[in-house]
Design a protein around this ligand. Structure first.
Ligand SMILES: [Zn+2]
Length: 294
């Protein structure tokens, strides 16, 4: 079987551009080669990357940030992160997808060239298209896609409104290609649902993956995905990688800081935000501080 499978905490689209533009982060090249001690004010990156950026397409690249842990960034047009992990038993776990089925196909093709044929399991961390825009391709390939019951429900209930809002952000004629792509982007729900409050525990050989819902944040259904053996946490769009909260139209601002505080239960060395290049554990406190100020 071949299977592989990213966050559309999409509310952020337009704002992400603003956030990224304003964000005081290192360049990709710097991230790839430099370790910077964390600072209290959260402007530095404490997580070294193993590899420099691997370009898969003009708007799509991968960085290996720990052995076997690949952060995928797709700009469509707003840069968003997903992640691919080579598990202890050789299976691949894809957390969220790039924005589109086509970009997801490109990532899986690269993965098959890297790893050969592998079992692939995908996990969606929310119903926004930066979480699951590639599901159509995954399901076509027979790849199981896990997501919460609320993710499936919200996609059905709020998908049309999300698409309309996104198209509003793409009215500039210069964005016509993105407008057209988002107008026809298939919104496909995960085919393996779990109860949000229960989360999900998966094992691959002797390696575990934990899917955890800490409470409402950027969106009502965002879950994090934790890889305990690697101390890697995919924080999706509930973790803010830039210096602004961004679009909060789907957010629970009262609950967000408290929900993210619960992530301190995890022993982490890498925290992957939904958007942005920082990957350091201080992103948790950074997000609590930013969302508390709203
Ligand atoms: Zn997002």
């Amino acid at each position: 079987m071949k299977k592989i499978g990213k966050c559309l905490g999409m509310m952020s689209m337009f704002f992400v551009v603003v956030v990224l533009a304003a964000c005081n982060t290192l360049s990709i090249e710097e991230v790839a080669s430099v370790t910077v001690a964390p600072k209290v004010d959260n402007v530095s990156i404490s997580t070294p990357a193993l590899s420099a950026r691997i370009d898969l397409a003009e708007d799509l690249y991968v960085r290996e940030v720990r052995a076997g842990v690949f952060v995928i960034t797709h700009a469509f047009p707003w840069p968003g992160n997903s992640m691919l992990v080579e598990m202890a038993n050789g299976s691949l776990v894809l957390v969220d997808t790039p924005y589109t089925p086509e970009a997801t196909q490109t990532v899986l093709k690269w993965a098959s060239e890297q790893f050969g044929e592998r079992d692939i399991v995908a996990i969606n961390t929310g119903y926004h298209y930066d979480n699951l825009g590639g599901n159509a391709y995954l399901l076509e390939q027979g790849i199981p896609v896990y997501g919460s019951d609320l993710t499936a429900q919200l996609l059905a209930e709020r998908g049309d409104a999300l698409r309309a809002m996104t198209l509003d952000w793409l009215q500039d004629p210069a964005d016509k290609a993105y407008y057209d792509a988002h107008a026809s982007l298939p919104y496909v729900a995960p085919d393996h649902t779990f109860a949000l409050e229960d989360g999900l525990h998966l094992t691959f050989g002797d390696e575990a993956v934990e899917v955890y819902f800490p409470g409402p944040t950027h969106a009502p259904d965002n879950v994090v995905v934790y890889f305990p053996d690697r101390k890697v946490l995919f924080g999706t769009c509930m973790i803010i990688g830039g210096d602004k909260v961004g679009n909060t139209s789907d957010a629970d601002m009262a609950a967000w800081p408290e929900s993210v505080r619960k992530l301190k239960r995890f022993d982490v060395e890498v925290v992957v935000p939904g958007h942005g290049e920082r990957l350091d554990p201080q992103l948790i406190e950074h997000t609590v501080a930013l969302t508390s100020r709203q």
